[in-house]
Write a protein that binds this ligand. Structure first.
Ligand code: NAD
Length: 541
């Protein structure tokens, strides 16, 4: 019997490796990229720990070289989704009752496996399958994935310690039960770490999941399943179910055992899931918890007191890293007229230096966008700008999908602050700038606040600290992650818990205790040590 109380103290963030030529990490990664580039993997469904091949298959390709097939994957049908639900409900019986130290040790083991044995595998599959350069894959598939795992253990430790007061003759406690049923984890293509966390956060708290991975990130996500298995996640605790979102969603939403949805993806998909839950409400045993982090139209607001170089460098990085496919990527910008000429010059010059191409050429800063649908969608906004007399493309504007889905980083100046380029999420390397008159800061702030339905991330730049304080207060509800003199992307677990409100989601802050607390349903237990034996009040005879 283990009676120890282990304290999982706050960890350090996983350091970002440099990948300099000749370094061990670079040699390992080179080898792994070559190995994975020469393989065609078969990706089965994994339900109750068993591999299932349905024969209804699809292909996983490299976005930067779309004739290169990385894997063939099997798609779930109705039968397999039902099997996955059953397996998750079955596994819940043992997993939810396990001493939480055991669950914590599995998280810690998974973190170590990614930090050492499987680092190159996770990075290479994220680079090749999701078209990320070395740095972007390192901060995602390695550092953030590890941080989520380790920090969640500390947060769980903290939550379990939150207990009510006991008093004379009574003992009170909160028992942090896992939700009753299973959690539907639905992940986006753009972060391997998010895909991991959408499962691992609920399972840390004793839940089990049916996981719908994005079709364009299946390779790295399949390797995650191998890491989880080796770390000790038991059969059926996470059930990996690739396939068509609508088919899988329809089956899952109709299950009485649906206890929660842990979603990251677009606003449209989350709305659909939420509506589906509403329609099936009378079916469920409990009200399902709905946790969704969705899209953004993230901004940079430049005050007239800002430093030109700081603005230029951060907006180029904030808008174009990972081809603008971060939910936090800057995609609209408000610049005072007095600074625009200088900022524009520097931004154009920096943007034109960014090399674009295959991830296997490490000099490429920009790689491909994820797939044909995304490529066409982004191109349609660029075409709109080309055909409009309110918009001017000041750099970029070209796109080509003959080899890979390449879109040049594009900066557009608009005279219409309500242009769809300023309002809608494009999710690609397109940044639109509206130039405001220096004496109209208030009007520009109103525009920023009221233009787009989202409220995910935003940055303000300036050197006048009194003005910055006013901006911070004025823009209170425009972003759940708010940055001062920094780009609006790059949140780090344990430092900037992530999430936004308005149309950007439920703001339960991935990488923090706010998120974990959604995965438990506390039971209050009171024990009376000497129960009363007389029904009368003390003043009665
Ligand atoms: P998406 O909404 O197209 O897909 C997300 C997931 O939902 C995929 O696995 C998809 O297959 C699944 N899906 C689609 N329809 C479904 C249905 N009817 N039932 C069940 N599942 C269904 O999003 P995406 O293109 O993969 O990712 C990009 C989006 O994600 C952007 O909008 C971006 O802003 C957002 N995002 C947000 C955050 C955040 O933290 N706020 C982080 C990353 C990405």
């Amino acid at each position: 019997m283990n009676n120890s109380i282990i304290n999982f103290e706050t960890p350090q963030n996983e350091p970002i490796l440099g990948y300099k030529e000749g370094s061990k990490e670079r040699i390992d990664l080179d080898k792994e990229i070559k190995r994975q580039s020469s393989l065609e993997v078969e990706i089965p469904l994994i339900i109750g720990g068993k591999e299932i091949r349905t024969g209804d298959t699809g292909k996983v390709v490299m976005p930067h070289d779309h004739s290169h097939v990385l894997a063939t994957y099997h798609k779930a049908g109705d039968k397999e989704v039902q099997m996955a639900i059953k397996a998750a409900v079955e596994a819940h019986k043992e997993w939810s009752h396990l001493n939480w130290n055991v669950r914590a040790s599995i998280m810690m083991k998974a973190a170590e496996l990614i930090a050492h044995k499987y680092g190159a595998m996770m990075s290479a599959s994220t680079m090749l399958g999701q078209s990320k350069n070395i740095f972007q894959a390192e901060i995602d598939a390695i550092c953030e994935a590890i941080d989520f795992l380790r920090f969640n253990v500390t947060y769980a430790n903290k939550i379990y310690q939150m207990q009510p007061r006991s008093a004379k003759n009574q003992i009170n406690c909160l028992e942090y039960r896992a939700l009753e049923g299973f959690v539907f984890a639905v992940s986006p293509f753009n972060f391997t770490a998010i895909a991991s966390n959408l499962n691992m956060a609920p399972i840390m708290m004793g839940n089990t999941t049916v996981w719908k991975p994005a079709t364009t990130s299946l390779l790295s996500n399949y390797y995650l399943m191998q890491v989880f298995k080796e770390a000790g996640v038991p059969e059926g605790v996470i059930n990996y179910v690739p396939g068509k979102g609508s088919l899988i969603g329809r089956n899952v939403l109709a299950s009485k055992d649906l206890a929660g949805i842990h979603f990251t993806g677009s606003n449209a998909t989350f709305n659909q899931l939420w509506k589906g839950v509403g329609q099936n409400l009378s079916t469920y045993k409990s009200y399902p918890r709905l946790i969704g982090e969705t899209g953004g139209k993230d901004y940079i607001f430049v005050h007239p007191s800002a430093d030109v170089e700081e603005v230029a460098v951060n907006s180029v990085k904030g808008a174009f890293e990972y081809q603008g496919q971060k939910c936090s990527a800057a995609s609209r910008m408000y610049v005072p007229k007095s600074l625009w000429k200088d900022i524009k010059e520097q931004m154009v010059s920096l943007t034109e230096k960014l090399k674009m191409g295959d991830v296997r050429d490490y000099d490429n800063y920009i790689n491909a966008v994820i797939d044909k649908t995304s490529f066409d969608f982004i191109a349609s906004y660029i075409d709109f700008a080309k055909s409009s007399d309110q918009e001017t493309i000041i750099t970029g504007g070209e796109y080509d999908d003959s080899v890979g889905y390449f879109v040049q980083p594009t900066i557009i100046e608009t005279t219409n602050p309500h242009s769809k380029l300023m309002e809608e999420e494009i999710f690609g390397p397109v940044l639109t700038v509206f130039v405001y008159e220096d004496d109209k800061v208030e009007e520009a702030l109103d525009l920023l606040d009221n233009t787009s339905p989202y409220g995910l991330t935003g940055s303000i730049f300036g050197r006048d600290r009194v003005e910055l304080a006013k901006l911070k207060s004025r823009l209170q509800y425009t972003a759940g992650n708010f940055y001062i003199n920094d780009k609006p992307s790059g949140a780090v677990v344990g430092m900037q818990p992530f999430g936004g409100s308005r149309a950007s989601g439920t703001n339960d802050k991935a990488g923090g205790e706010f998120n974990l607390i959604r995965w438990v349903s506390p039971r209050t237990i009171k024990e009376t040590l000497v129960p009363p034996t007389d029904y009368k009040y003390s003043y009665m005879k």
